[in-house]
Design a protein around this ligand. Structure first.
Ligand code: PMP
Length: 358
């Protein structure tokens, strides 16, 4: 019995992907071995790695002027790797702070140079995005960093900020959920474990001309230039995770790509937000213009019912709805792999729960 898993990550994978992985577990396409047993230098894994990069490039329309790297250390590793690789002579970086994850990225960057907060929504409890016309961008900074989707607070940028600086964005929780014009960015990064695959692999899409001399302290495994030269295999990569990520990308292609999945994501998010807004029992605090399509936090009017809500939801196969400890309440993460039936089941449960306890 599979449940509807609303976890923020690691999260649901498309069932056909898991079935395919199961079919290929003992013998990957006539090789006589599992992907887990393959040499990362061998021709079989080479094919897996190249195909997944090609699929990613095709899905997002990534130009030749960008490297696509498949790295370890998660998005948290990139919080450090980005300043290490992109600071160069400039030594200064600009950050927009719209939630817990951008705050963490900023704290890590502080270890490597001078960081400025160009705008913050902390005084609004991270429920909105500061008006871009008020952002104080430093023209001498090495780059401008923002978090496209704040996984904890459920705040998502519906626009791409305009700046002359190289634009760097954390898309850990919304990459591949909607079309994207990659050419507007200097660097895009995303941990795989939400929308793309299992944990343990992080995608970095970076414009080649930005990859210059890294800071001398940079570990080789996070040196973009070295990793690009080595096809992201400077050391042994997480081969099985990379393979499953490739299966997810193939699945996404079969779904019609990012434009088709965006339609479904809009439909799912609308369904859930409408259910929340229709009721006085449930509440979402985020500025409606910036509500995330991926992570939907909500509270109950009576928080003493939280535990009962979670228990009854779980009994109906709706799991991992507990909100992040810093925000409380509930959070439903509805990434690409969450079918609309899962959101319908959640909405039905919420209405029924309100009838009984509201
Ligand atoms: N950024 C965002 C937006 C995230 O949601 C997360 C994970 N929840 C991270 C960064 C950290 O990712 P990782 O655990 O892969 O380091």
């Amino acid at each position: 019995m599979r449940v509807y898993n609303f976890s923020a990550g690691p999260s649901m994978l498309p069932q056909p992907v898991l079935e395919r992985a199961r079919e290929e577990m003992l013998d990957w396409r006539g090789s006589g071995m599992s992907v887990m047993e393959m040499s990362h230098r061998g021709s079989h894994f080479n094919e897996i790695a190249r195909n997944s990069e090609a699929a990613l490039r095709e899905l997002l329309g990534i130009g030749e002027e960008y490297y696509c790297l498949f790295l370890q250390g998660g998005a948290t590793g990139q919080f450090a790797a980005i300043p290490m690789n992109l600071l160069g002579e400039r030594r200064k970086m600009d950050y927009v702070v719209t939630g817990s994850w951008s705050k963490k990225a900023l704290a890590e960057a502080r270890r490597y140079g001078e960081v400025r907060v160009v705008a913050s929504s902390e005084q609004d409890k991270f429920t909105t995005i500061p008006d871009p016309s008020t952002w104080q961008i430093d023209p001498d900074a090495a780059y401008l960093h923002y978090t496209a989707n704040e996984t904890i607070e459920g705040v998502e940028f519906p626009f791409v900020p305009k700046t002359d600086l190289p634009l760097v964005t954390d898309m850990s929780s919304n990459l591949l959920s909607r079309p994207l014009d990659v050419s507007q960015f200097g660097l895009i990064y995303a941990g795989a474990q939400k929308n793309m695959g299992p944990a343990g692999i992080c995608i970095v899409i970076v414009r080649q001309d930005l990859v210059r001399d890294p800071l001398p302290v940079t570990p080789s495994i996070w040196d973009y230039r070295l990793q690009a030269k080595e096809g992201s295999m400077l050391n042994t990569p997480p081969t099985y995770n990379w393979y499953v990520l490739g299966l997810v990308l193939e699945w996404l292609r079969e779904q019609g790509g990012v434009a088709a999945i965006e339609k479904r994501n809009i439909e799912k998010a609308d369904l859930l937000y409408q259910a929340i807004d229709r009721s006085d029992f449930y509440h979402n605090p985020v500025d409606p213009r910036y509500r995330s399509r991926m992570n939907v936090p909500f509270t109950l009017a009576d928080p003493s019912l939280d535990a009962v809500f979670l228990k009854e939801a779980e009994a109906q196969g709706l799991v991992n709805l507990k909100g992040h400890r810093s925000v409380g309440g509930m959070r439903a993460s509805i990434y690409n792999a969450m079918p609309i039936e899962g959101v319908r089941a959640l909405v039905d449960f919420m209405q029924e729960f309100e009838r009984r306890y509201g």
